[in-house]
Design a binder for this molecule. Structure first.
Ligand SMILES: Cc1ncc(COP(=O)(O)O)c(C=O)c1O
Length: 394
């Protein structure tokens, strides 16, 4: 049997991480991998997570199974964090999943189960895992224009034109905030136009939100999701706690199915439990429990929100510094988009050849599509990157 297996394509980002490790240069800069790093290059355990873990260690008396969809208290806390008061709790079915990737995977499984002929529309570009999971489970994928290589903002006219080609029942995958890989996001007027189109044409939104709190703030980053959830009859939402709680390896995510018909909730809830059962039975509990403890404790929550806000402001500062350096070196404002983008990533919008040149000449590692992780920088490395960008002729 094993002899029939074919080698799978290597994950480009993981391959890049290995090249970085093997590079002997002391001044190399890693802008590839998608984790937050502080000015010392460390991905820290957040203070509130440490405190919650300590408390959990003291108080937890059992590691018995929890439930197929995880602890309902986790779902409640996360639904409140993401959706606020936008929808009635009774209209939301939810299941804990192994990370945001688990939520995305289960959402696609649900789509395939409910409507095998639905196509899923994804932005061009999108997080590569969206495309590869869709392909793997056999859902037809269509791309819609999203990134404007001239302005490095959203090509909104192109996006709307392409979405108009979708048929009733097709699913439109949107990033809730901090678009990965581009950093370019919809404004609220644009979200409203998208909602109007979805509702006019019977399209189903699926929102992937993996960076709440990394863009304009915890509440601000949820505005688009809340608008969609309160305006569309059916919505799927895949959420990740990996970034905003810094618990990447704990695999903490949530899938929500929102319906404006409360009578659908029980069926949706049962379906999410069934899908969890088929794939891994019980979702991981440790990360979800920490998140629940933090969100339900005023002091822990305030400290978490403060640390997250400091993280966000740190990244915004680096964006501004990089945009300013590039303005000085280029004598133009053509890199101003870096300060406008939000989240951990910006797509520089240059060619793989120039990305490669910066790696070879300067030890700067970014993904081949020219995505750079702003959190891989610090105040000292920003001028080095700016000079490399200009020297390479970007
Ligand atoms: C857009 C997007 N969705 C989902 C995820 C899932 O993250 P995780 O499975 O680590 O929670 C990521 C992580 O990089 C992401 O960028």
């Amino acid at each position: 049997m094993f002899e029939t297996l074919k080698p799978q394509p290597a994950d480009k980002i993981l391959a890049l991480m290995q090249m970085y490790r093997d590079d002997p240069r002391a001044d190399k800069i890693d802008l590839g991998v998608g984790v937050y790093k502080n000015a010392e290059g460390v991905t820290p355990v957040m203070r509130a997570i440490k405190a919650a873990e300590h408390k959990l260690w003291e108080e937890q008396t059992s590691k018995a199974y929890v439930g197929l969809v995880g602890d309902p208290a986790y779902s409640d806390a996360m639904i409140k964090l993401i959706l606020g008061d936008a929808v009635e709790r009774g209209n939301v079915a939810a299941a804990a999943t192994p990370g945001g990737t688990g939520a995305v995977r289960q959402a696609f499984e649900l789509i395939k189960m409910a409507n095998p002929s639905a196509k899923v529309y994804v932005s061009d570009p999108t997080w590569p895992n969206h495309v590869s999971i869709l392909k793997y489970i056999g859902i037809e994928t269509v791309t819609y224009r999203y990134f404007d290589p001239e302005t490095r903002g959203v090509n909104f006219d192109g996006m709307m034109e392409d979405l108009k080609g979708a048929s009733k029942g097709d699913v439109i995958l949107l990033h809730g905030c901090c678009h990965n890989p581009t950093g370019a996001n919809l404004n609220m007027a644009q979200w409203q136009e998208v909602v109007d189109l979805l509702n006019a044409n019977g399209l189903i939104p699926m929102i992937d939100i993996a960076y709440q709190g990394f863009g304009d703030g915890l509440e601000e980053d949820a505005q688009g999701v809340r608008l969609v959830a309160s305006s569309c009859p059916e919505v799927l939402i895949a959420a990740s706690c990996s970034k905003n709680f810094g618990i990447y390896r704990e695999r903490t995510g949530l899938l929500m199915a929102v319906s404006n018909d409360a009578s659908a909730q029980a069926l949706n809830q049962g379906t999410l439990a069934f899908l969890n059962r088929q794939n891994y039975s019980f979702p991981p509990d440790h990360g979800a429990r920490l998140v629940t403890m933090i969100l339900n404790d005023d002091a822990l929550r305030a400290d978490w929100a403060k640390e997250l806000e400091d993280t966000r402001l740190g990244m915004l500062g680096l964006r501004q510094q990089l945009a300013d350096e590039l303005q000085n070196l280029s004598g133009s404002n053509r890199f101003g988009f870096i300060a406008q983008h939000r989240g951990m990533f910006s797509l520089l919008g240059t060619t793989p050849d120039l990305v490669e040149k910066m790696r070879v000449d300067n030890g700067i590692y970014m993904v081949g599509d020219s995505r750079l992780n702003i959190a891989g920088l610090n105040q000292k490395t920003v001028p080095i990157l700016a000079k490399a960008i200009i020297d390479a002729g970007v």
